[in-house]
Design a binder for this molecule. Structure first.
Ligand code: HSE
Length: 311
């Protein structure tokens, strides 16, 4: 019997001020997970997709999510064999662990005859993310649903799909660096002052309004993160210079993508996006850091099944 192949896209978590509560799906690259029958009643990872990723299903986000789907579907004794293909870097700030979890959940659900709805796949993906890097739903929710997602609450899960301008482009800079999400999360302050809390709340509200109305000047002002960015900038040589260069080149806001090292900047129009990308690469180079950039629109669809030819 043939398998089911699912794709889940890269994501930009936080989107500036929305630490753990805003996520955005990027068109283009992502992870692909195939689920096949077999395994003699067990869940087996036949290909982990990267030498540094475990083939132990209990220690791999794809395995944890797939197992959660089996349990929720009442199909724990059904064997599933997974093959993971990583299109996203490890520790790259592009939601790679979330994309693997989401694609695995999607493919496994299809193999089982789609007993769970798309929304019901979120919890097992969140459990998988929690096992490797803390309970935050911004990457998994955006990878699963696509678009721009606000996580109003994690327990219980309550998500809001946000309106966004269709001409919005994201310039993603990928410096030649690695940041473990665990390390980056350990840098976050456990408490913040009232002034910072109010500033973050105001900027998240303004950012939601800017996306809904297409007000790019307001967007630029609202990508202002006083919590994670100052705490993590020290982990990211070249980031302050790249951010300054992006804003100088006209970006409608720039900040760390998730826990880094990737950095995102907003743009409208390919020429503007290309100019921002070039400025960011040059800024990194001035600090001796190699960086690639790519330009992507927002992926409105999120996870999806691929045909055998596409996979
Ligand atoms: N919201 C998470 C964080 C994303 O910033 O730690 C990690 O990819």
């Amino acid at each position: 019997m043939t398998g089911f192949h699912a794709f889940a896209p890269a994501t930009v978590a936080n989107v500036g001020p929305g630490l753990d509560i805003l996520g955005l799906a990027l068109a283009g690259r992502g992870d692909v997970v195939s689920a096949f029958p077999g395994g003699g009643g067990r869940l087996v990872i036949r290909a982990s997709g990267h030498p540094e990723l475990s083939s132990d299903p209990g220690r791999n986000t794809a395995g944890i999510a797939a197992d959660g789907v089996r349990k929720r579907a009442g199909a724990s004794s059904m064997g599933v064999v997974l093959e993971i293909r990583k299109g996203l870097p490890l520790s790259g700030g592009q939601g790679g662990s979330a994309a693997s979890a989401v694609a695995a959940a999607f493919a496994t659900n299809a193999l089982l005859g789609s007993p769970l709805s798309r929304a019901e796949l979120l919890e097992p993906c969140l459990d998988a993310e929690e096992a490797v890097s803390g309970r935050h739903a911004d990457n998994v929710a955006a990878a699963l649903f696509g678009g721009v997602i606000l996580i109003r609450s994690v327990d219980p899960l309550d998500l809001v799909a946000l309106a966004f301008p269709r001409d919005l482009l994201v310039v993603l800079a990928e410096p030649d660096q690695r940041v473990s999400t665990g390390d980056a999360r350990s840098r976050l302050p456990s408490d913040v002052s009232r002034g910072i809390a109010l500033s973050q709340a105001a900027n998240v509200g303004a950012l939601v309004a800017a996306l809904a109305s297409g007000d790019f000047d307001l967007l630029r002002r609202s990508v202002d993160d006083r919590i994670a960015e100052p705490a993590r900038a020290g982990l990211l040589p070249g980031f302050p210079e790249a951010k300054a260069a992006a804003l100088e080149a006209g970006a409608f806001g720039c900040s760390i993508s998730g826990s880094g090292p990737a950095v995102f900047a907003f743009a409208a129009g390919q020429a503007m996006a290309d100019g921002i990308g070039e400025a960011m690469r040059e800024a990194y180079a001035s600090r001796g850091v190699r960086a690639a950039t790519r330009v992507a629109s927002v992926d409105p669809a999120g996870a999806r099944l691929l045909s055998s030819e596409e996979s």
